[in-house]
Design a protein around this ligand. Structure first.
Ligand SMILES: Cc1cc2nc3c(=O)[nH]c(=O)nc-3n(C[C@H](O)[C@H](O)[C@H](O)COP(=O)(O)O)c2cc1C
Length: 196
């Protein structure tokens, strides 16, 4: 790579990016203009045959607590002996961060592009969302927890056939800086193919 095209800022952002757990995220979150940019980055991912096999559902303001009620009710319905403490935890889940984005993997047409590739593209959208949030000066975490896999919650999200939650990306401001996390040893995961 030539000196001219090297973007130190971009590389440093990627080399230092850390998720911040949802419990450690607080206000402020990105404003509407910045969110528009962040989502535009999220939608700018490799996508074989331009199927757009993902979509975003944004939760902010009062919608977060309202969706928390959906989670709390779904939890209560699934537990034969529900606890009040756990109900409150579920009701508060989406209020942990100022913005939560549900990234929905939306399989467009199974025949034209393998489903696997379309799912990978949704994962790329989640990762771009994280990177864009960080580049915009915020912190984020990509989580699924139990409610990504719950049928009642899926209905409340309006998921159609062929749709699944790829992740909930919580976005806000870190209450405290995250600690470094061990990263894989490149020697263990990188090999160079040679003809035998
Ligand atoms: C699809 C997916 C689902 C995840 N779900 C959870 C989750 O439910 N809870 C959790 O604590 N971390 C979850 N993680 C892990 C975090 O997003 C993140 O990888 C971890 O906190 C490490 O952060 P890092 O981005 O700094 O490596 C998930 C990651 C992926 C890719």
């Amino acid at each position: 790579m030539s000196e001219k095209s090297l973007s130190e800022d971009a590389l440093n952002l990627l080399l230092s990016r850390r998720s911040v757990i949802a419990n450690n995220l607080g206000p402020p979150g990105p404003d509407a203009g910045l969110m528009q940019k962040i989502l535009t980055v999220a939608a700018r991912v490799p996508d074989h045959k331009k199927l757009v096999p993902w979509r975003f559902v944004v939760f902010e303001g009062d919608a977060r607590a309202a969706f928390g009620e959906v989670l709390a009710n779904a939890y209560e319905a699934s537990d034969p002996d529900p606890s009040a403490f756990r109900r409150d935890t579920e009701a508060a889940r989406f209020t942990r961060a100022p913005i939560v984005v549900a990234v929905i993997s939306s399989i467009a047409n199974k025949k034209s592009v393998p489903e696997w590739e379309q799912i990978l593209s949704a994962g790329a959208a989640c990762q771009n969302l994280l990177i864009a949030a960080n580049a915009a000066g915020f912190s984020a975490q990509w989580i699924t927890e139990w409610y990504a896999y719950d049928e009642t919650v899926s209905r409340a999200l309006g998921l159609a056939d062929g749709e699944r939650v790829a992740g909930f990306v919580y976005i806000g401001t870190a209450k405290e800086p995250p600690k470094e996390r061990d990263r894989p040893d490149l020697d263990a995961i990188v090999s160079h193919w040679r003809p035998v």
